[in-house]
Each structure stands twice: as structure tokens, then as C-alpha cells.
Design a protein around this ligand. Structure first.
Ligand code: PXL
Length: 273
């Protein structure tokens, strides 16, 4: 069997371990060819840094898609995350329509914010567009902040606890047609992980691990990259979520022990093997 191929539509941030600097190494280590479509080039990510350089790549995306189409490329998965402008939403929608075959998996990480706050470069129109884009997904991977934005309810009014997380993923499933993996979902104070709704089975399941009592930047990107890799390898949704939860926990534990500043992301490199 040839090496599976994933189109990864995220930003490239030079420092801070997120998006493409996470997706490329993780997918490669999982034996998957990662073909990046950078949505923007930044000096750092926008969480915890000020004065970052930001080059919007919107105009390049359709040219990349057209060239790839002329080469007859196919992808086992299209995996999108942080977008650089409102116009990119329609471009990613077009990319999905162009490149989606009957077996192509569409994983959309609706990256918009964290800890109840929307990221600096996201406008309300971009958030509304992200919700529309996410309707095309087979699997979405929101955190709690993004779940509130997708449901169009204030962060403080999200349903809470294990029952609340179950309700959130079921409400986000588009009547059971879309799989939902809610990250940062916790069923007990000492635990964290994900709550997932699997559209293939109709089952909702919590996947939990011991909480590392510290926040880290970029864990959502590490999580969604491992999840995408495992799904492309043929894992079931709950098994892919388990792999992602366990890998993020291992990275978080190591990073906390090393005392690395939150904004530098998690030290996943030593654990890639
Ligand atoms: O981790 C999500 C993310 C991705 N890309 C950029 C970001 C963020 C979150 O802050 O700023 C550029």
C-alpha cells in the first residue's frame, strides 16, 4: 500500500509549536505524507505573543489548489485548522468540494479561541464562517470555547459536567451526521481528555486521563494531528481519540517537568518515536 497523503490547511508559525510545525512532524512520524497549504506565515502564534509578523497567504491558496488539481492529486484526508482571513473559509470549502473523493476524510479543527477568549486575529464574521465550513466535516475537534462559538451561546452558559459534555457533542453532531470530538472535556476534577460522538456508531463516549495541572499552548493542534493520523491509519474514532489523549498527556507531563513556558507549546519532539 502506498503512503497515505493528507492535505493540511493551517498556518505556519515559526516559533511556538502549533499548527503546521506540529502537524507535519506528527503525521510524518505516523507514516503519513503531509502536504501543507499554509494559510498564513507568522513569526510566532498569536497566543501569548505581541508584535508578531503575519503574512496572509489567502491569494496563494487557490493557486496551490489549481496546481494540485492539474497534477491529479488525491488525498486520504483533508485536515484544516487556523485560518488567516475570512476569505479563506470559502476557499477551503471549494478545496473540499474539489478534492473530496468517496473515501476522503474531512477533519476540521474549528480553531477560533481558547479559555473563553477568541484569538486576536479572528473576527465575528470569521467565527460565523468557521461554523459554516465545519458543516462539511466528517469530524470536528472543538475545545469548549469553540463549542460555545459553534453553538452560538456564551461560554459561561455551556452545559457543564459529564452530562453537559455529552449534550454538547450531541448538539454539535448535526442530528448524528457529523462526528464530534470535544477536547478539554472533563468528567471529574482530577481527569481531562475528550468527549466524542461517533457518527458511524451513534455512540457518545468519554476518553479520559489524569490531568496535568497546568495549561499549555498548542495541545489542540497536537491532539487533532494525532487524531487525524490515527483515523487515516484506520483506527475507530474512540481508538483514535484514545491515542490523541494519551499522547497529549505524555507531552504535557514532560513539558511541565521541564518547566517550559506555556507559550512555547508542548515538547513533543522527544516523544515522536
Ligand atoms: O493553536 C492554535 C493556533 C494556531 N495558529 C495560530 C495561533 C493559534 C492559537 O493561538 O495563534 C497562529
Amino acid at each position: 500500500m502506498s503512503t497515505p497523503r493528507v492535505a493540511a490547511i493551517h498556518d505556519m508559525s515559526g516559533f511556538g509549536r502549533c499548527s503546521l510545525t506540529v502537524a507535519i512532524p506528527i503525521l510524518s512520524a505516523m507514516g503519513i505524507q503531509c502536504c501543507p497549504l499554509p494559510t498564513a506565515f507568522l513569526s510566532t502564534h498569536t497566543g501569548g505573543f505581541e508584535g508578531f509578523a503575519f503574512l496572509d497567504m489567502t491569494d496563494e491558496l487557490p493557486k496551490v489548489a489549481a496546481h494540485w488539481k492539474s497534477l491529479g492529486l488525491c488525498f486520504q484526508a483533508v485536515y484544516s485548522g487556523f485560518l488567516g482571513s475570512e476569505r479563506q473559509i470559502a476557499i477551503v470549502e471549494d478545496f473540499l468540494r474539489e478534492f473530496r473523493g468517496p473515501d476522503t476524510l474531512a477533519v476540521i479543527d474549528p480553531v477560533m479561541g481558547d479559555h473563553g477568549t477568541v484569538y486576536q486575529t479572528y473576527t465575528p464574521a470569521m467565527c460565523a464562517g468557521m461554523a459554516r465550513l465545519a458543516e462539511l466535516a466528517d469530524v470536528i475537534t472543538p475545545n469548549l470555547t469553540e463549542a460555545a462559538l459553534l453553538l452560538d451561546i456564551p461560554y459561561g452558559e455551556l452545559p457543564v459536567g459529564e452530562a453537559g459534555c455529552r449534550e454538547i457533542v450531541e448538539r454539535l453532531s448535526l442530528d448524528g451526521r457529523r462526528s464530534v470530538v470535544l477536547t478539554g472535556a472533563s468528567t471529574a476534577p482530577e481527569l481531562t481528555g475528550a468527549m466524542c460522538f461517533d457518527a458511524r456508531t451513534g455512540q457518545t463516549e468519554a476518553v479520559q486521563t489524569q490531568r496535568v495541572p497546568q495549561e499549555f499552548h498548542g495541545t489542540g493542534d497536537v491532539f487533532a494531528s494525532v487524531l487525524t493520523g490515527a483515523l487515516v491509519q484506520g483506527a475507530s474514532l474512540p481508538d483514535a481519540v484514545r491515542q490523541a489523549v494519551d499522547f497529549v498527556r505524555a507531552c504535557a507531563e514532560r513539558t511541565a517537568r521541564a518547566g517550559i513556558p506555556m507559550r512555547e507549546g508542548v515538547e513533543f519532539e522527544p516523544l515522536l518515536r
